[in-house]
Design a protein around this ligand. Structure first.
Ligand SMILES: Cc1ncc(COP(=O)(O)O)c(C=O)c1O
Length: 482
């Protein structure tokens, strides 16, 4: 028998051994249904603590530290007229391009992102939930407590790649509507060697809940977990579900999950989250409705500054995992779960991009602090109003086309509309070519016969309102040529 002192000594030695040997056991995560949804790579990956352990300790304990792998010095020693401040070594001229301090531009960011930004983004996610303190107290608390601290990625694309890497083994399926952002196919199929199971997006202009259910049941025959990727407003259609459609979708997911007894992970691609132009549809991400339910329908939210804050080149995105309150019994397990998931995702960040752009993280922190979340929303409303005007106009003009060979998909937001062309009459690529040559109008044709798609995507986000009538008029003329 070991006595208490010996037991504490053994435990301390084990913890020290684990840290020094970079072992994280993921004890809490392994007990949740989430762990078994991970790919082999997802199960293997972790962020070794070695460097971070020693540099963290040195920060507190060392008198002279040689742990930090980026060059630092007293500013006066490398910049003429510089201060005595200990700063990252930098080239003087970079200061001409930004009001941000050297410290906000030059150093590495933490692997999972700047703490301040991650906390601000969590507040942003809470704000975007539209829950009110008065009426939705429990939902608010649930959202605050049972979502991970967002981790920073290099834009949403990187977030999609990291999540798919975490979840999909080569050959495994992820389910997606047939009309989707083409890069999903590149990431899932070409890069990861996994597969996309498509389902027909719409029946009678509504979300095809039955089609998705059929796909779930089919995949459940060959997999122990179901993974979906959904996002509204959708690219390329601009579709956003109504409250009723969302309810049907959520009910189907919870019923299917209960019936199959397998976790359903929903990667929620919220790239276009705030761009909703109709009051007949939901006004926030489906992440929140999925997070509210108790069943193991597990939403992972991907969002970022790209479109939300109109900073396309900033390359800052976030991954936030929705947890279920019944997964953990104790507060410390909840904390551990957040740490473990952050470690896993950080392992993926560290092995791919190492860490994200510091400058843009600092810029967003400053925006949130100086302009404020409400201020940003107010200012962005000018942009939303401009896009809404184009949305109304393009739909109005397209509705005037009287041609049985075309149909416009339901749309209520985002940056695009999608016009289907009858494949028996017109090939989308030929049409786009003709439209461009003869009428000098550019659109993106999407032709995927295996998915039943033949149509053109119109990015009205980049067409001035005054040109929309003429734009559609030329499409109409081109249609008459076929
Ligand atoms: C649906 C969708 N998801 C993700 C992205 C990529 O976003 P990011 O530029 O942040 O990588 C796009 C960009 O076009 C998109 O349309």
């Amino acid at each position: 028998m070991v006595n208490k002192t010996e037991a504490i000594f053994i435990l301390k030695t084990f913890i020290a051994y684990s840290i020094i040997n970079n072992i994280m056991e993921f004890e809490v995560l392994k007990k949740t249904p989430l762990f078994n949804t991970f790919s082999e790579q997802g199960k293997r990956i972790f962020l070794p603590q070695g460097i971070f352990h020693w540099s963290g300790r040195a920060k507190k304990e060392a008198e002279i530290s040689g742990t930090l792998g980026s060059a630092f010095g007293y500013e006066k020693d490398f910049i003429e007229g510089g201060s005595s401040e200990w700063l990252p070594l930098y080239l003087e001229d970079i200061k001409n391009y930004s009001k941000l301090s050297v410290k906000e531009i030059v150093p590495y960011s933490k692997v999972s992102g700047l703490e301040e930004l991650k906390n601000l983004w969590k507040q942003w996610i809470i704000k975007k939930s539209l829950y009110s303190k008065e009426n939705d107290q429990i939902k608010l608390e649930n959202l605050e407590n049972f979502t991970t601290t967002p981790i920073v990625t290099s834009g949403l694309t990187n977030g999609i790649f990291l999540c798919c890497s975490l979840l999909l083994n080569p050959g495994e399926f992820i389910i997606s509507p047939n009309k989707r952002w083409g890069n999903y196919d590149n990431i899932v199929e070409k890069l990861l060697g996994a597969k996309i199971k498509s389902f027909e997006f719409f029946v009678e202009e509504k979300f095809n809940v039955q089609g998705l259910k059929d796909a779930i049941y089919e995949i459940s025959k060959v997999q122990e977990k179901i993974t979906l990727i959904l996002g509204f407003p959708n690219n390329p259609t601009g579709y956003v579900p109504s409250e009723k459609e969302l309810k049907e979708l959520v009910n189907m997911l919870r019923e299917s999950q209960k019936d199959l007894g397998k976790p359903i992970i929903v990667i929620v691609d919220d790239a276009y989250e705030p761009y909703i132009f109709s009051n007949k549809v939901i006004n926030r991400s489906i992440f929140y409705a999925l997070h509210e339910i108790e069943e193991d329908v597990i939403p992972i939210k991907l969002d970022g500054i790209t479109k939300e804050l109109l900073l396309y080149g900033g390359r800052i995105g976030f991954i936030t995992v929705g947890l279920k309150s019944n997964w953990v019994k104790k507060e410390e397990d909840l904390k551990a779960l957040n740490t473990e998931l952050t470690n896993k995702l950080s392992g993926l960040v560290r092995t791919t991009i190492s860490n994200s752009n510091h400058f843009y993280q600092a810029l967003v922190i400053n925006l949130f602090k100086d302009v404020g979340m409400e201020g940003l929303i107010q200012k962005r409303n000018n942009v939303i109003n401009l896009l809404k005007e184009r949305y109304v106009k393009i739909n109005h003009e397209l509705s005037k086309i009287n041609n049985a060979n075309i149909s416009v998909d339901p749309n209520a937001g985002g940056f695009f509309v999608f016009v289907n062309l009858d494949p028996n009459k017109i090939s989308a690529s030929q049409f786009a070519d003709h439209l461009l040559r003869k009428y000098k109008v550019g659109v993106i044709p999407i032709e995927k016969p295996s998915d039943g798609i033949n149509g053109i995507r119109i990015a009205y986000c980049s067409i001035d309102s005054t040109k929309i009538s003429e734009f559609v008029n030329r499409i109409n003329l081109a249609l008459a040529d076929f």
